[in-house]
Write a protein that binds this ligand. Structure first.
Ligand SMILES: Cc1cc2nc3c(=O)[nH]c(=O)nc-3n(C[C@H](O)[C@H](O)[C@H](O)COP(=O)(O)OP(=O)(O)OC[C@H]3O[C@@H](n4cnc5c(N)ncnc54)[C@H](O)[C@@H]3O)c2cc1C
Length: 530
């Protein structure tokens, strides 16, 4: 088989995203994937968080997901819905879209970038040396590569073979999850009782007028909490018995296309890198699916690692750049592990926990806690610790509308090629980048308006968004009628999701304002529709 600069073990969401990032940077990359096709048994993850939609938008592919999914206020903490419709992002919502569709779309993009995927083959082992890694595959095949990245899921062979520890917590609860046919119409929705939290829905659903409307026909998706942590391969009989225990009937359950089990096992790789071997996605962290983080932080791991690995492979940066991948992404997953454990505890069927859940819900109904937790759960507050030198250091880049000599452009459009961009919002011609001109695109620009402003009078279809708990909010595009000038305080405001380390001063020295300004905040009933 042909050798490649980078070999990725596993073509799930993380591996696909990483392959796309590396291919954009001109790196010779290939995926080795155990599955014969991208088809996924079962639907698994239910969608994308706001920050992941932003990341996909930065590569010009967000519309592919948005057009197939359903925009919704999906974030919650411990069952309390968290609305992000007032957050400074174009994507102030999540997206309901099953993982099989997310993978299909990502695989289509990677195919356009001509990344070879060796399907129906497994990585069975590897040996790394000073100059590269010999990767062993099934059928006696092998590959030589400079770097091997394990995106091979929670049971990662790459992690184990590299001898990377995976410390954490054993499971305390487990649930059966399945896609099945039922002869009778089941009780649809979430049920919380003395036996745990359970849910039944249809795989096909629509969000209409603020409500999740399940399809009349099609497979039923079932999730039931087990009475003890299960470990054997789950069967239709196990599912039937548990349904009877919880609902008093199995609704004429028959024909499962997928039966699986998930637990709240919570573990994280002690190191995301060992020499020429790196880990990303579930291979690096596993946790209970509450909050819907796993796929999202895997895709974001891939984007953080992609450009760094490309720089090292292309000889632009030293290998030590790869250590910043662990330094930046390990704390992100560690926090997700902590919040999922907290939420698992809040979900326990117990009157005292119920009282605690109500108390947390009351706290989260206040604006500041809501903003802080919503920013955390949507991924919009992710902030890498790069020191205190500047308030924008390590924050996400907001998708500002800019004006350049070539006309208007969005910041995210400038990032479609995944190449470094230096944005000069200061004095035109004030920056000399001659030494890096071959690697960095310098863009002289002014900020046209803040994200969320329309700036011009236009009508936008008002959209009703919904979270799974059926709390609805009416969204429209707000108009401020104010044209922001060249000014970095707008950049600070848009990068800041109103959370933790809000900068006291903008780079320009002006006081950073609250976002959104108090007079522009709105309650559900008072939002303007246009
Ligand atoms: C019930 C459930 C609900 C979930 N809901 C959400 C949600 O709403 N939101 C969310 O963000 N996440 C959710 N998740 C988590 C999400 O599914 C995972 O985090 C995500 O799939 C991780 O992607 P990955 O690419 O890192 O790993 P995986 O998706 O596990 O992909 C790993 C790939 O590697 C391949 N592979 C494995 N070993 C080898 C090998 N040795 N050689 C070659 N190939 C190999 C596998 O075939 C697979 O394709 C949920 C998970 C479950 C179980």
């Amino acid at each position: 088989m042909t050798d490649h600069a980078v070999v990725i073990a596993g073509g799930g969401p993380t591996g696909l995203m990483l392959a796309g990032e590396l291919a954009l940077a001109g790196v010779d990359v290939a995926i080795v994937e155990r599955r014969d096709s991208q088809d996924l048994p079962g639907s698994r993850a239910g969608g994308l968080q706001s920050r992941t939609i932003e990341v996909l938008d930065q590569r010009g592919i967000a519309d592919r997901f948005l057009s197939d999914g359903q925009a919704a206020q999906v974030q919650s903490f411990g069952g309390t819905p968290l609305d992000i419709s007032d957050f400074p992002t174009r994507h102030n919502h999540g997206l309901g879209l099953w993982q099989n569709h997310i993978e299909r779309i990502l695989a289509g993009w990677v195919g356009e970038l001509d990344v070879p995927i060796h399907r129906g083959r497994e990585v069975t082992g590897f040996a790394q040396g000073d100059t590269g890694v010999d990767v062993k595959l099934t059928y006696g095949q092998s590959l030589r590569t400079q770097y091997l990245v394990g995106c091979d899921g929670g049971r990662s062979l790459i992690r184990k073979a590299a001898g990377i520890e995976f410390p954490g917590w054993d499971p305390s609860t487990s649930s059966l999850i399945a896609e099945v046919e039922m002869a009778e119409e089941p009780e649809l929705g979430i049920r919380r009782d003395a036996l745990g939290t359970h849910g039944i829905g249809k795989v096909e659903y629509e969000i209409r007028d603020g409500e999740i409307v399940f399809g009349d026909t099609g497979p039923v998706r079932v999730m039931v909490t087990e009475d003890h942590v299960g470990s054997s391969e789950p069967t239709l009989q196990d599912l039937s018995e548990r349904l009877v225990a919880v609902y008093g009937t199995d609704y004429g359950l028959h024909t499962a296309t997928w039966i699986s089990r998930f637990t709240d096992m919570t573990r994280q790789a002690a190191s995301y890198r060992k020499g020429r071997v790196l880990l990303a996605g579930d291979a690096a962290h596993v946790h209970y699916p509450v909050g819907g983080h796993g796929l999202n932080i895997g895709v974001q791991d891939a984007v953080n690692l992609g450009w760094k690995l490309a720089q090292v492979v292309n000889g632009t940066s030293p290998e030590s750049l790869l250590d910043t991948y662990h330094a930046e992404r390990h704390p992100v997953a560690a926090r997700v592990l902590r919040t999922t454990m907290a939420q698992t505890a809040l979900m326990r069927p117990d009157d005292r926990i119920e009282a605690l859940r109500d108390t947390v819900s009351e706290l989260l109904s206040m604006d500041e806690p809501r903003r802080r937790f919503a920013a955390m759960m949507s991924g919009l507050d992710i902030h890498y610790d790069l020191g205190e030198r500047h308030p924008l250091l390590g924050r996400r880049m907001p998708d500002l509308d800019l004006v350049t000599a070539d006309g208007p452009v969005r910041v995210f459009t400038l990032l479609h090629d995944a190449r470094p961009v230096l944005l000069n919002l200061g004095e035109p011609g004030g920056l000399d980048i001659t030494p890096w001109a071959d690697r960095v695109q310098l863009v002289e620009a002014e900020i046209r308006r803040r994200v969320g402003d329309s700036g011009v009078r236009r009508r936008e279809r008002s959209r009703r968004l919904v979270d799974p708990a059926r709390r609805t909010c009416r969204l429209g595009w707000r108009r401020h009628g104010r044209r922001a000038s060249r000014g970095a305080d707008d950049l600070v405001r848009s990068a800041d999701c109103g959370v933790a380390a809000r900068p006291a001063r903008s780079p320009a020295g002006a006081r950073a304002k609250e976002w959104p300004p108090r007079h522009e905040r709105h309650s559900e009933g008072s939002q303007r529709r246009e």
